[in-house]
Design a protein around this ligand. Sequence first.
Ligand code: NAP
Length: 501
Amino acid sequence: MTLSITRQFPIAPLVTSLIDGESVAPKPKGFDIDVVNPTTEQLISRLREADADEVDSAVRSARRAFDSGPWPRMDINRRKDILYAIRDHLRKNAEELAYLECLNSGLPLQSVRGHVERMARNFEFFAEVASNVHGETYTQTAGYLTYVTREPKGVAGCISPWNAPLALSSMRVASCIAWGNTCVLKPSEFTPLSVRRMVEIFYEAGLPPGVVNLVNGRGSVTGNALVSHPDIDMIGFTGGTATGRAIAEIAGRQLKPVALELGGKSANIIFDTADVERALDGALAGIFANNGQQCLAGSRILVQRGVADVLIERFVARAEKIRIGDPMNETTEIGPLAFRAHLDRVLSYVAVAQADGATLLTGGKRAAAFEKGWFMEPTAVMASSNDARVCQEEIFGPFATFLTFDTLDDAIRIANDSKFGLVNYVWSEDLHTVMRCSRDIRAGTVWINTPMMRELRAPFGGYKESGIGRDGPQASLEFFTELKSTIIPIDPIKMHRFGVS
Ligand code: NAP
């Protein structure tokens, strides 16, 4: 059944942390953050920021759940049952979660539907992965058996961004706890509502207390307290490259492992040999899906000269017909950007582009049809060169940058001329062209003749400044578990007896 939003759901006037499976009562005094609906600009709730003491309580709860609680020691079938129950409860509450996500983030229901299903599926997927893990044995050394086991690594700090709150925070949490770890999750201060409800649902589904704790607040306060906490064993972070670098520095001083999923400025390469109709559909989806706020956006559209005029003209015509509006409306293609400062930042790139010699092809303004809300016209510019800031910096909104190229080698060189290396898209029906791109493009994922298609079984993550580590079954096994070698002699061994003459 297709997920629709048919009603409103209640929202707490003050959102607090959730520790040990319980909602935290607000302290008499604290720092509050407005939670705003980006469609109407109205205040919908307030967030009571978790200070360092509250973060410490959350970490201690996760620590207790790891050191002496049932979760890491639980029979895998029982743990799997709970992860499956989480999937089912999330699905049962899908409409409420979708409502909160659209309301607070401005993401259109068309995107949120997929995110809500992905969120539920993440728990099923990692339950299966964790239940199929096996160890190693070594018998080559005569008289000895050595076996290698995997153990959960401990307590994780999981930090997620605002651009797809449910999909991204559930990916981190599911891949962490399925192995028997526990965690403290900090979502973005801008979009706390859906993630808060998601964590409540974990406990309604039977998760033991303390396995997932939630703290809310600004990155510089709550996030920093979490990353710096000495009892956190590892950090899984999804967000911007600058923040990722700052977190890695703190973690590095404490020798904590980090997995970083960071930003991108991905090339979407359209060759003369492409099926132009499909490449056009893919280019529009690549930059305008999810309000353009996605790490994997195909934001640098490189078009081979032979097809450039036709393709760009048709892209602009289609961009001008995109349905902007209420994110809860079934037909809306682009909703408002997530918060005011972000809209201002994205819009500021129009002047940046023009200062670097770009031509504005369409859009470039706040959408005039809306009196309220952080709506932006789908925007496209023709850049003067790949050195321009709009080709090198992540803009993270409905803002496409076009460049033209002549040869296959040019396309690959331009695509790789970036500090990022998250994903790339390639559109061509020519086998040699796609094989060369697949081999020579320096990015964690290359999508050929398709818009974003996430294969959960395959690794996902970035080269260069797009990250460290990967999401995916093998990567999560390596990041979230420790290896232990146990060495046992088959028969009692003869040992040299020190001090015995
Ligand atoms: P961000 O500013 O880096 O924030 C990400 C998270 O980190 C938020 O929860 C933020 O909290 C927190 N944070 C900020 N400063 C912190 C600090 N000093 N210590 C600890 N935590 C801190 O990123 P964003 O603007 O939310 O998200 C957009 C970025 O995420 C883009 O660059 C995008 O490409 C990237 N992203 C990457 C992937 C991927 O898979 N590679 C997926 C999605 C998004 P507050 O927001 O509350 O301040």
